[in-house]
Design a protein around this ligand. Structure first.
Ligand SMILES: CC(C)(COP(=O)(O)OP(=O)(O)OC[C@H]1O[C@@H](n2cnc3c(N)ncnc32)[C@H](O)[C@@H]1OP(=O)(O)O)[C@@H](O)C(=O)NCCC(=O)NCCS
Length: 151
């Protein structure tokens, strides 16, 4: 595993490598239920919003939104199917939380589809707590659970 981290939370950030953006787009397009469009990926570092991206080259990434300090929001986390259940996303989660803590974040939230058993188990394993159910949250009418994490 070779992990990379990138964020634009403060002025010390460098531009995000375009090949990283491209493989995140490809991985998500193939294997994530609600992928961003290519234009979303191409523009996401140019829209004045703040993000943290932690990735394992071509295998997995976690993308966090940092606009509401000290609250972070987990936008997406994904591992390539043939690499799952070998601890990659766990490493991404641990690394992400370490970085968020260093940046002064205190808590985080996410939504997850209620039938996404793998993801819910994953989050519970990493100390996230299930909160409420939001009816019809997803475009296909599926409900979501909100989950929260103390950082
Ligand atoms: C959720 C996801 C990111 C986990 O990635 P991963 O690299 O396989 O996770 P890890 O190997 O680090 O963690 C394994 C833990 O996750 C959970 N988990 C992973 N796959 C699971 C499965 N098929 N069934 C049940 N639990 C599962 C378990 O808690 C497991 O811990 P255990 O091994 O002690 O049982 C991955 O399944 C994925 O990419 N899913 C599709 C994208 C997605 O739904 N993302 C979340 C959207 S909110």
């Amino acid at each position: 595993m070779t992990f990379q981290t990138w964020h634009n939370f403060n002025s010390q950030y460098v531009d995000l490598n375009s090949s990283t953006v491209n493989w995140c787009f490809e991985l998500e397009k193939e294997h994530f239920p609600w992928p961003w469009q290519q234009s979303d990926w191409q523009n996401f570092t140019k829209n004045n919003r703040k993000y943290l991206l932690v990735s394992d080259e071509k295998r997995a990434f976690a993308l966090w939104e940092l606009d509401n300090h000290p609250h972070a929001y987990l936008l997406k986390i994904i591992t390539k199917p043939d690499k799952r259940e070998s601890g990659i996303a766990s490493k991404l989660m641990t690394l992400s939380v370490d970085i968020l803590r260093d940046l002064g974040f205190k808590d985080s939230s996410l939504e997850v589809q209620v039938d996404n058993k793998a993801a819910i188990s994953f989050y519970l394993k990493h100390s996230w707590q299930q909160e409420r159910r939001i009816k019809g949250f997803y475009a296909n009418g599926q409900d979501a659970f909100t989950m929260v994490l103390k950082i």
